[in-house]
Design a protein around this ligand. Structure first.
Ligand SMILES: *[C@@H]1O[C@H](CO)[C@@H](O)[C@H](O)[C@H]1NC(C)=O
Ligand SMILES: *[C@@H]1O[C@H](CO)[C@@H](O)[C@H](O)[C@H]1NC(C)=O
Ligand SMILES: *[C@@H]1O[C@H](CO)[C@@H](O)[C@H](O)[C@H]1NC(C)=O
Length: 370
């Protein structure tokens, strides 16, 4: 009796060691912690009572891991976060924090906290009733952080966070689209706050949020700037623009925020010892795809593949009653707001291996080995 339970314990221990050896000893990326909005949500909103959901067909139609059934990703296939994790050798996609399987050893390869409708500011996305803002996403990471102490022991856990983990944050677009620029809900804010005061507010919140992650041992950060949100099918449709025009104000706000973000990351790189903040220049990358879409193999950069309404199918979100384009790989935009997997693949490739034009001061493969 005593011997057999000893044997069982030993077998369990050996299994644990070999599992952990695989995760922790081999060089390269250990875990990917993903924060942000619908651009990288991998299913958290499925578990929230919210108006912002993507677990309806035909979303996910090209997502191989689910056999084409919707997962809560706001695109036809993989998100940029999925592709980057895969390329850097993660054996599975970072599990959504709110999913039942985000427990035990599954979290060793990373956790995804992103939520459709979420933003830097707590009030962002109110229109959806529910979503996880960045403050709450970091509260949730604080829970994960304690689980790592239990799984690996405090010293190994700290090392794993600092050296083997990526912290990517893709956020800010909703602070404009679903907060500052919303006609009704934000009327108070827009009367009392100039664009530069609102951007100031965003930056000071974001500084606190990134510093909190640093306090929890995050060191390798990837921060996406805000894309050309004046060029998405939704904005082009409601403003009745022609194919090659973009809406001025949203793009100007994005550029204003992006300039301040760049300075913030320079400041944090200087002030937080041992931390590396890498800036992903999503704005220029997506604008390049939109401007030179033909060179990148697309037939349109203005029309949503899945959606309805107006010239660019840009008003009603993608769902079972939407019309869907015949060839999903030839559209830059999957739906009125989000890029297609084909666009995500090009963006991810630049972030992984590209030059400082799009990813600086180093690309993600360099950051992994840094
Ligand atoms: C977790 O569950 C989701 C479905 O809810 C599935 O897509 C995913 O592959 C699972 N991940 C792991 C690591 O078990
Ligand atoms: C953020 O908003 C939620 C409601 O959505 C509220 O319960 C919470 O107290 C707010 N947090 C902060 C820091 O204002
Ligand atoms: C993490 O949670 C603990 C409580 O469990 C709290 O004392 C600490 O301030 C939190 N850290 C951050 C950075 O939020």
């Amino acid at each position: 009796m005593a011997i057999s339970s000893y044997t069982v314990a030993l077998v369990v221990l050996l299994f644990d060691l070999s599992y952990f050896g695989k995760a922790a000893n081999n060089e390269g990326l250990g875990a990917s912690f993903i924060f942000g909005d619908s651009l990288v949500d991998a299913g958290n909103n499925n578990y929230l009572p919210t108006l912002s959901k993507a677990n309806i067909s035909p979303n996910g139609i090209d997502f191989k891991a689910s056999g084409g059934t919707p997962t809560g990703r706001y695109t036809n296939g993989r998100t940029i976060g999925d592709i980057v994790g895969e390329e850097l050798g993660a054996p599975n996609y970072a599990v959504p924090f709110l999913a039942p399987n985000a427990s035990g050893k599954a979290i060793l390869y990373g956790v995804n906290y992103a939520s459709g409708g979420g933003g830097i500011m707590n009030a962002t996305g109110r229109i959806f009733v529910n979503r996880l803002g960045l403050d709450i996403q970091i509260d949730y990471f604080n829970i994960t952080r304690k689980q790592f102490d239990q799984l690996l022991g405090p010293s190994k856990a700290r090392d794993y966070m600092m050296k083997r983990s990526f912290f990517s944050i893709t956020i800010g677009a909703n602070d404009f689209l679903n907060n500052y620029l919303l006609p009704v809900l934000s009327i108070g804010a827009r009367i009392s706050e100039s664009p530069s005061a609102f951007v100031d507010d965003m930056i000071s919140h974001f500084r606190n949020q990134l510093t909190r992650l640093y306090q929890l041992d995050a060191r390798k950060f990837i921060i996406g700037n805000v894309g050309p949100i004046g060029c998405i099918p939704y904005q082009k449709t409601i403003n009745q623009l022609s194919e090659d025009e973009c809406v001025d104000l949203p793009n100007k706000l994005a550029l204003q925020y992006n300039a301040r973000l760049k300075d913030l990351l320079t400041e944090l790189n200087e002030n937080l010892p041992g931390a590396t903040f890498v800036l992903a220049n999503v704005y220029d990358l997506v604008l390049e795809l939109i401007t030179n879409y033909k060179q990148h193999g697309f037939t349109t950069a203005s029309k949503a593949c899945c959606g309805n309404g107006g010239q660019f199918a840009g008003i009603i979100p993608c769902g079972p009653t939407s019309t869907m384009c015949a060839d999903r790989s030839t559209h830059v935009f999957w739906d009125p707001y989000h890029p297609s997997e084909a666009a995500n693949l090009i963006i991810a490739k630049q972030l992984l291996d590209g030059s400082t034009k799009y990813i600086s001061p180093m690309n993600l493969r360099q950051l992994r080995d840094h």
